[in-house]
Design a protein around this ligand. Structure first.
Ligand SMILES: Nc1ncnc2c1ncn2[C@@H]1O[C@H](COP(=O)(O)OP(=O)(O)OP(=O)(O)O)[C@@H](O)[C@H]1O
Ligand SMILES: O=P(O)(O)OC[C@H]1O[C@H](OP(=O)(O)OP(=O)(O)O)[C@H](O)[C@@H]1O
Ligand SMILES: [Mg+2]
Length: 297
């Protein structure tokens, strides 16, 4: 293979991961000029280009060295590592990316009596993830038939082509619509930045390091929220105890109300309605949760 001096990242051409992946790269300061065939996007500022492909092809492209990194679901990456890519150059997750969250689960007809994996013995299981399912069945010591389907797996029991299924679940809506019930979770998945365990030693390696640093910053900011509220000095301790994790809050005086304080806290993740209601019960009022756009400690 010809040596390359520009970093090449593979990502899904069109699907659930396309928009969030592009958005993430943009936030890392990477912008791309789209070529007419839309399969290759040339990086405008930094020496980083994109290859837009079917998500299933991403691990193989990295293993072959056609791309240096890829943005792909853990489900697809691990299916490759357990199956087609078994024994190929080892791939690793450089970063979990926090979108495309779903799980790979076994689901059975709602009216089936199911007590555990041993009840799958002798049944036919339809899946798009034969390698991950095969590994799990071996671990459980269960001998079952694996029927590989490219899609519409949930319909297989109704059609009589399988008894149970193993497929991706997010809200669970598709399972309910097909009278199925989730029984075992094989894998918790989200989009990841995948790459070889050993990074290139040339300038591309330096670019990967820079990208990882920017990614860490972007992910930290994306998950941060600024919580603003007012509280009386007497409620301060109770309110502070309920604050979601993060650095020490900042306290500011409120003009004309000496017993009141304005509190500002950086929270490491989402602040739910339930948490807000609890904090309010402890004595807080005038509460605001704001997204953080940029952060420089
Ligand atoms: N319902 C879901 N909710 C959230 N994430 C999901 C869901 N279903 C799948 N995913 C994640 O998004 C990834 C891409 O899903 P998508 O349906 O776009 O793939 P696809 O149909 O295989 O696309 P391609 O044409 O690239 O092969 C999945 O591999 C998985 O990691
Ligand atoms: O638990 P839920 O929220 O219902 O999501 C799960 C469904 O989402 C995915 O399919 P998708 O909608 O991408 O359809 P496809 O596999 O036919 O492309 C997955 O294959 C499940 O069928
Ligand atoms: Mg696919």
């Amino acid at each position: 293979m010809k040596p390359r001096d520009r970093l090449r990242i593979a990502m899904q051409k069109s699907g659930r991961l396309t928009e969030p992946a592009l958005d993430l790269l943009n936030r890392c300061g990477l912008t791309f000029r789209q070529s007419r065939d839309k399969l290759f996007c040339f990086g405008e500022g930094e020496p980083v280009d994109l290859l837009l492909v079917r998500d299933d092809d991403i691990p193989g492209l990295i293993a072959q060295g056609v791309c240096d990194l890829g943005i792909v679901g853990r489900n697809v990456l691990n299916e490759f590592k357990n199956g087609a890519g078994n024994g190929a150059a080892s791939l690793t997750e450089w970063r979990p990316l926090g979108f495309g969250r779903c799980r790979l689960s076994v689901a059975v007809p709602q009216d089936m009596n199911y007590n555990g994996p041993e009840d799958l013995a002798g049944l036919r299981i339809a899946t798009s993830y034969p390698a991950l399912l095969g590994t799990w069945l071996r671990e459980k010591g269960v001998d079952a038939g694996v029927i590989t389907l490219a899609g519409s797996v949930e319909i297989a029991p109704k059609l009589g082509t399988a008894d149970v299924i193993c497929d991706l679940v997010q809200s669970g809506g598709t399972l309910v619509a097909n009278q199925l019930r989730e029984t075992d979770v094989l894998l918790e998945s989200e989009a990841v930045l995948a790459g070889p365990e050993t990074l290139p030693t040339d300038e591309r390696g330096d670019m990967v390091e820079l990208l990882l640093k920017r990614l860490d910053g972007v992910i930290q900011v994306r998950e941060s929220r600024l919580l603003l509220l007012q509280t009386s000095r007497t409620s301060l301790e109770a309110v502070t105890r309920l604050l979601p994790g993060g650095p020490q809050p900042t306290l500011l005086p409120v003009a004309g109300q000496p017993d009141q304080l304005m509190l500002q806290a950086l929270c490491a993740g989402e602040v739910s309605w339930r948490q807000l209601e609890e904090i309010k019960k402890a004595g807080a009022r005038e509460m605001f949760v704001l997204p953080v756009e940029k952060m420089l400690a």
